[in-house]
Write a protein that binds this ligand. Structure first.
Ligand code: HEC
Ligand SMILES: [Cu+2]
Length: 309
């Protein structure tokens, strides 16, 4: 049975140790107190009519004991928690910095090499990573359970967070601050790679290969890579958003009662300003991809949608 999530950062086991310490201390006292409570209830129950309760004025010895022991324990809990907290708030000097932007409702990551990724954070194993984070709109919160880190993103200021990933793999990233209709779809992944793989990824060989793809194939690739597949199906089924099957050339009923025929400009606008022409029956959860997708990429997506008859 998994009591806590997978451990995949240097901070995770420290946080777990504090958690277990507090849990065990609480459990021990819970058992002692419950036991005494039940024992006293039976031992001192009323046995006969008009039995009088003795008048007890107190015991200095007992009161001193039950003040000193819990106070000491609380100080230990505070000190232990503080030491771990301080560690979590102090990124090492040689950390690799990555800029994170949260916005309704996606995550953008910008790396020193000029690369950017959407909803997928790529980091090398064994290297301290410092995330410098900001929000373009409301409060968001960057939360990776396997790393035991959580930090708010705030408009108008930077916040930061650090961790050293200790295990290659893919980990869940959540927004942990309610940020509007699309909050529950504001999900991401953290991909931890070996340092060698990371170096290769940073050089971005595969990225160059993408732009030489035929447009429809580029679009197909972006459909999963940029997370459109979370909300749009290509087989006719309805997810959070309308399916892309048969979308091109089809008449769409809009929220405001008008109708439009899907063409290149409509698709382009839907991607850049999704709230401008809202499709009837859907909530405005689609994030804007302005500044995220280039013109070529948008053309690729249009070409791909055209193939989905
Ligand atoms: C969080 C969910 C979500 C994601 C992610 C998402 N969309 Fe949407 N999309 C929607 C919703 C909901 C609508 C319908 C409401 C509206 O018009 O904004 C929509 C509408 C559209 C439309 C208009 C469809 C129609 O039937 O008129 C297009 C085109 C579109 N999205 C393209 C994209 C592309 C391209 C991506 C990926 C780069 C994407 N969407 C990612 C939720 C999403
Ligand atoms: Cu959010």
């Amino acid at each position: 049975m998994n009591w806590v999530p997978e451990v995949a950062s240097n901070l995770a086991s420290k946080v777990d140790a504090v958690l277990w310490f507090i849990t065990v201390v609480s459990l021990v006292f819970f058992i002692i107190i419950s036991f005494v409570l039940v024992y006293f209830a039976i031992r001192y129950r009323r046995r006969q009519e008009n039995e009088e309760t003795p008048y007890i004025t107190g015991s200095h010895v007992l009161e001193t004991i039950w003040t000193i022991i819990p106070s000491f324990l609380l100080i230990v809990i505070f000190a232990y928690g503080f030491v771990v907290y301080k560690d979590m708030r102090t990124p090492p000097q040689d950390s690799l910095e990555i800029t994170v932007t949260g916005k309704q409702w996606l995550w953008l990551f910008a790396y020193n090499t000029g690369k950017t990724t959407l909803n997928e954070l790529y980091v090398p194993e064994g290297r301290p990573i410092k995330l410098v984070m900001k929000s373009d709109d409301v409060l968001h919160s960057f939360y990776v359970p396997a790393f035991r880190v959580k930090q708010d993103l705030v408009g108008g200021m930077y916040t930061d967070l650090w961790f050293t990933p200790t295990k290659a793999g893919t980990y869940e990233l959540f927004c942990a601050e309610y940020c509007g209709t699309g909050h529950s779809a504001m999900l991401g992944k953290v991909i931890v790679m070996s340092p060698q793989e990371y170096e290769k990824w940073e050089k971005g060989e595969e990225e160059k290969a993408v732009s030489s793809l035929p447009p429809a194939e580029l679009g197909k690739k972006l459909y999963t890579e940029r997370g459109c597949n979370a909300c749009h199906s290509i087989d006719g089924s309805t997810l959070v958003g309308p399916t892309w099957k048969g979308l091109y050339g089809h008449d769409v009923d809009l929220q405001d009662g008008t109708k439009v025929t899907v063409n290149e400009n409509y698709i382009r606008e839907s991607i850049l300003e999704p709230q401008a022409q809202l499709v009837k029956g859907y909530t405005p959860t689609m994030p804007s991809f302005k500044g995220v997708l280039s013109d070529d990429e948008i053309s690729g997506i249009i070409a791909y949608i055209k193939t989905l008859k």
